[in-house]
Design a protein around this ligand. Structure first.
Ligand code: GTP
Length: 352
């Protein structure tokens, strides 16, 4: 069995559904439960032998520069492969993986899952597959790519079938796959899609594509609502998330990182993560379901609940932040209310 040591993360999307959060920070680099989203995803792979990550990004590599430091402690090296123009998922992967002759694990850069990666890799090896796809079951398949199965073999793909048109087929592509070497050779140059062209093309050519059905958590974090839902899932402990586990929790699920300062007269309601260097003043109430990133300041009497607050942001006295996403260095003025899935962009000043 050839061990899989490289993970390729597709990170070249525009993240339009998360705008304005993604205006300056690409979706995979958004802070999520104690690290960038992609750092948390990759750290889950380390116990399975992954020690190198290739990011297939758009034209600009700069926003991904901090990832190498985030992963250095886990012994993972980072390579950022840029695309001069958007090449779609498989086009980006092909460019980034040129010249490699070993199997790689490919991940969408915005999926939260508790998938057993070891079982996926073992299935790929045992089945001597060309490609092995992680599959998940959904009730309504109409927004997904359905994979038709015969035992473990995938025999067909149907993109976004209308409700009720494929009774009995509820396994969809979960955005994680193992690619054998050379499977992207022979497709035409230019933009290329895994779902629309590569997988159906490989099937038509008689290649062996295997499905690995996983039950459990699987969630696309591509919208504000889903990102907050995903944060709640991680804080609840339903998905092992190494960056969160770095900070010990009390029995109430309160995690305060080293270097944070929480006034004895502040209230923390778990589950909550207070990041390094964050400051919570007297009379503030933070939680449940809150992540304060590095250096956030919550002033006296402010309330923060069901929210992700980006690094360096400041929440003024008596302000309310509830069910909201705040980017980096956001200022919420004293007494202001940010709620109902509000999204504040990096550097935004609200009610200040
Ligand atoms: P939306 O604009 O909100 O739909 O987000 P997105 O652009 O990220 O699109 P989507 O969620 O469909 O993308 C799924 C995954 O593929 C994400 O991890 C994207 O970063 C990635 N992706 C999408 N298009 C490209 C591309 O042209 N090149 C590369 N390298 N990755 C891509």
């Amino acid at each position: 069995m050839t061990a899989v040591r490289t993970a390729l993360v597709l990170a070249g999307g525009r993240g339009t559904r998360l705008l304005p959060l993604t205006a300056r920070t690409p979706k995979p680099m958004l802070p999520f439960c104690g690290a960038s989203l992609v750092a948390g995803m990759v750290r889950r792979l380390v116990p399975h032998g992954v020690d190198h990550v290739v990011l297939a990004v758009g034209a600009d590599a700069a926003p991904f520069a901090p990832l190498a430091a985030e992963l250095a402690g886990d012994g993972v090296s980072v390579e950022v492969a840029t695309e001069p123009e958007p090449l779609d998922t498989a086009g980006g992967a092909r460019l980034a993986l040129r010249g490699r002759d070993r199997p790689v694990l490919v991940l969408n850069g915005d999926v939260l899952t508790d998938l057993d990666v070891g079982a996926l890799l073992a299935r790929h090896a045992a089945e001597e597959a060309d490609v092995t796809l992680a599959l998940t079951r959904v009730e309504d398949t109409s927004a997904f790519g359905v994979c038709l199965l015969d035992g473990v073999r995938i025999t067909g793909f149907v993109e976004k079938p209308a409700p009720g048109t494929l009774p009995g087929h509820d396994t969809v592509n979960a955005g994680t796959y193992v690619l054998g070497p050379g499977v992207l050779d022979g497709f035409p140059d230019g933009p290329l899609s895994f779902e629309r062209t590569v997988f159906p093309g490989l099937l038509a050519a008689g290649r062996r594509i295997v499905g690995h059905v996983a039950t459990g958590v699987w969630s696309d974090l591509g919208t504000p609502e889903r990102l907050l839902d995903g944060q709640r899932t991680v804080l609840s402990g339903a998905v092992a998330w190494p960056p969160l586990a770095d900070v010990p929790a009390t029995a109430d699920g309160v995690r305060v990182a080293a270097g944070a300062r929480v006034d004895p007269d502040a209230v923390l309601r778990g589950p909550v993560l207070v990041g390094p260097g964050a400051v919570v003043a007297a009379g503030a109430v933070v939680g449940p379901d809150v992540v304060l990133a590095r250096g956030v300041e919550v002033e006296s009497g402010a309330r923060v609940e069901d929210a992700a607050v980006g690094p360096g942001s400041r929440i003024g006295a008596d302000a309310v932040v509830r069910r909201a996403l705040l980017g980096s260095d956001v200022t919420v003025g004293p007494g202001a209310v940010v709620a109902d899935l509000a999204v504040l962009a990096d550097g935004e000043r609200f009610g200040a």
